[in-house]
Write a protein that binds this ligand. Structure first.
Ligand code: 218
Length: 206
């Protein structure tokens, strides 16, 4: 009897290890896939009245809501590195690039802090409004974390672009604050529009 139980628990643990490895490989593939998707969306950003209609952060946010904080941060990091390598980064210097592409885009992955909350709503009947709420909060936090770095870079590196007499800090708040609000709003709108697909794109097979 105890021998049987040992065999069973051994078999289970081997299965667990295989499952963990599968999940790990799938997560690595997803990191690459979602970072590439964010990168691709960056090329399709229409401008309406000088406002960029961008929801390029959404793939990395979805990755973070599927897989959590570390994969989200790694996806954001990979996206930042891709922008640098593919010549899509605005370069004023090495430190500025690190702040605005390595740190800022990694920070989008902080949306992963809400993974557990969002995943729970996906398995709860009638909790769709909560999925929308937690997902939107996650988007807000990931985007805010990213823009904190753009704001810092704004007065540190971009001050010479400020209009005469305007303090660099105010200039950075105005420029980055506007971009933050528009981009966050666009991302949340597209997230909400994807609601009918949540079970397919957010739910992770257990
Ligand atoms: C005041 C000011 N101007 C420009 C920038 C640069 N900036 C702002 C937002 C986002 C990005 C990354 C590309 O999406 C960059 C490079 C700034 N930080 N501050």
């Amino acid at each position: 009897m105890s021998k049987n139980r040992d065999i069973n628990s051994n078999t289970n643990s081997v299965q667990d290890v295989v499952e963990q490895r599968k999940t790990r490989i799938t997560t690595i593939v997803e990191i690459a896939l979602f970072a590439a998707l964010s990168m691709a969306l960056d090329y399709f950003i229409p401008s309406i009245g000088g406002l960029k209609i961008s929801f390029k952060m959404l793939p990395v946010i979805i990755l973070a809501l599927r897989r959590g904080l570390l994969p989200g941060v790694l996806g954001g990091l990979l996206w930042g590195v891709l922008q640098i390598l593919l010549g899509e980064a605005t370069v004023l210097g090495a430190v500025q690039v690190i702040v605005e592409y390595i740190l800022a885009f990694s920070a989008v992955g902080l949306a992963g802090l809400f993974r557990a909350a969002v995943q729970k709503t996906l398995y709860t009947e009638g909790a769709r409004s909560k999925t929308l709420l937690y997902g939107s909060v996650a988007t807000f936090i990931g985007s805010l974390a990213r823009y904190v770095f753009h704001f810092i870079a704004g007065f540190w590196f971009w001050s010479e672009y400020a209009p005469e007499g305007m303090s660099p800090v105010v200039y950075s708040i105005v420029v980055n604050g506007k971009d933050f609000l528009v981009e966050t709003a666009c991302t949340i709108v597209i997230f909400v529009l994807l609601a009918p697909l949540f079970d397919r794109i957010l739910r992770v097979k257990k």
